[in-house]
Design a binder for this molecule. Structure first.
Ligand code: HEC
Length: 166
């Protein structure tokens, strides 16, 4: 009986596929808002990438943070790949903020710089991972300055940075 119903299901799918033209995937779910997307996707992914380069000062002196195992290199590359894809997520219908052209430019730039980082991690090139990390950070900062910090300043003249005594 089980086999029969499976055969039936396959036959139905074939019939449906035959009479309906394939549709481009134009339905996206963007229920996750911008703050959540940043906190749960962009931020952890970029940290997974950034964690894999530079140095840390410990009691024993300076410690190289670069990966030492294939697994750890992969984690750095995974982070970069996720940031690269997150650039696309930022441009899904419903996500971009005005001015949209500029928003999309930052999102695309984020993807490009993350891809450079991914390539560097794949090549296990410590210096290139570090440099790409810096360039990636610049895009985060630039977009935040445009869409997060400046609009906030414009909206309220009494922001903490301008408040007396600061
Ligand atoms: C295309 C623009 C854009 C880019 C690029 C971008 N962000 Fe954001 N980010 C935003 C916006 C807009 C907000 C504020 C969301 C809000 O307040 O509605 C934000 C907020 C955040 C927040 C704060 C969330 C909170 O707690 O309020 C973090 C953390 C963050 N981004 C991390 C990053 C990192 C890391 C990168 C770079 C790898 C990055 N973002 C790149 C637009 C961007």
């Amino acid at each position: 009986m089980r086999v029969m119903s499976r055969v039936w299901a396959v036959a139905t799918c074939l019939a449906v596929a035959a009479c309906s033209a394939p549709k481009p995937p134009e339905q996206f779910n963007v229920d996750i808002d911008m703050v959540e997307l940043m906190i749960h996707v962009v931020d952890p992914a970029s940290f997974a990438f950034w964690r894999g380069s530079g140095t840390e000062i410990t009691d024993q002196g300076e410690r190289d943070l670069s990966p030492t195992t294939d697994e750890a290199w992969k984690a750095v590359e995974d982070g970069a790949a996720t940031v690269a894809e997150a650039g696309n997520m930022l441009m899904l219908p419903g996500r971009p903020r005005e001015p949209v052209a500029e928003w999309n430019k930052y999102a695309q730039e984020m993807t490009l710089r993350a891809l450079e980082g991914k390539a560097a991690a794949m090549a296990k090139d410590k210096q290139a991972v570090f440099d790409a990390g810096g360039r990636l950070y610049e895009v985060c900062l630039a977009c935040h300055q445009k869409y997060v910090i400046e609009p906030t300043l414009a909206a309220s003249p009494q922001t903490p940075t301008q408040a007396p005594g600061r």
